[in-house]
Structures are given as structure tokens and as C-alpha cells.
Design a protein around this ligand. Structure first.
Ligand SMILES: [Zn+2]
Length: 103
């Protein structure tokens, strides 16, 4: 019995990048969702958005956007493919995702 150990070794770093992206997106959506919930007044009858709901939601969206932009940076030792925008190893000649020839 032979295990495909080589394959899992090359797939692991890429999977980690994908996982990190998923975590960041979850946090960003959570912050934006929280700003919407916080701008909603449940104590009122009937329940409705606060008068300053717009400001809160815009602020929440801004914070979420800043976090997303700050964490979007390419991980160390990697760069972005100009065609598909995914992280690829610094020394690769071909994009492993879309097959683009890199300069
Ligand atoms: Zn690509």
C-alpha cells in the first residue's frame, strides 16, 4: 500500500490560504450583520430601525471593509495571479489554478 504523501504536502499550504479567506469573510459578514442588528431597536413598538440606523450600518460596513482590505494582502512567499487573482507560489512559472504563464 502506497500513500499519496507528496500530493497532500503540496495541497496543504493552498488549503490553508482558502481556509483563512473563509474565516476572514465570516468575520467581515459578522461585523456587518452586527451593525445591522445594533441599529435595529427591538424595544420599540412596533420594532424598527433607529433614526441613526444608516450611520451605524455605514460605519459597520466601513469597518468590515477595512478589515477585509487589511487581511486581503498576499501571504508571505506568495503573489497574486494577474488572471484569476488567487495566491500562487513566488517561484512558480505557471498558475496552478488557471494555467497562466507568469513572467
Ligand atoms: Zn491564475
Amino acid at each position: 500500500m502506497q500513500e499519496a504523501r507528496g500530493m497532500s504536502a503540496t495541497a496543504a499550504p493552498l488549503q490553508r490560504v482558502e481556509q483563512r479567506r473563509a474565516i476572514i469573510l465570516t468575520i467581515v459578514f459578522f461585523i456587518f450583520g452586527l451593525s445591522v442588528i445594533l441599529s435595529f431597536d427591538f424595544g420599540e413598538t412596533p420594532p424598527g430601525f433607529r433614526p441613526d440606523a444608516g450611520t451605524t450600518i455605514v460605519f459597520g460596513g466601513l469597518v468590515a471593509g477595512i478589515i477585509y482590505a487589511a487581511t486581503r494582502q498576499t501571504p508571505r512567499g506568495q503573489r497574486m495571479c494577474p488572471a484569476c487573482g488567487r495566491a500562487i507560489p513566488m517561484d512558480s512559472l505557471l498558475c496552478p489554478h488557471c494555467g497562466l504563464r507568469l513572467p
